[in-house]
Design a protein. Structure first.
Length: 122
């Protein structure tokens, strides 16, 4: 995680919610950001459309592992970016190979943009 901390020093602090399908311990990867889990925000029971409405009012980037997310919603009109993480299993030991790319995605994403992290190049 030391490499991630070096990358994060350049980041502008942003509000970053982690979807309920993301391991909440991933917040450790973003020490320079205000990280909020869907559960902490009391958004757990919300359907995706309402979750997106709440998130874009309060946040800059939403991190999710829901691979169908971009096909189920019109994301281009959103006021936040969506990072979709492709992780083998939602356990912290599967995230380290993706952390640098994840930090890069959060740093450069624009509103309405979807960035996939961890997609196999094969």
């Amino acid at each position: 995680m030391a490499a991630l901390h070096a990358v994060n020093r350049k980041l502008i602090t942003c509000k970053l919610p982690l979807d309920e399908c993301v391991n909440p311990r991933l917040r450790q990867a973003f020490p320079d950001h205000e990280v909020l889990t869907v559960g902490e925000a009391n958004w757990r029971a919300l359907p995706d459309s309402k979750l997106l409405a709440e998130a874009q009012r309060r946040c800059d980037v939403l991190v999710t592992t829901d691979k169908g997310f971009e096909h189920e919603h019109n994301l281009k009109k959103l006021a936040l970016g969506i990072v979709i993480v492709h992780v083998e299993r939602n356990r912290m030991e599967h995230y380290p190979p993706l952390l640098a790319d994840l930090a890069q995605a959060v740093e450069h994403i624009k509103p309405g943009e979807v960035v996939h992290v961890g997609v196999s190049k094969a």
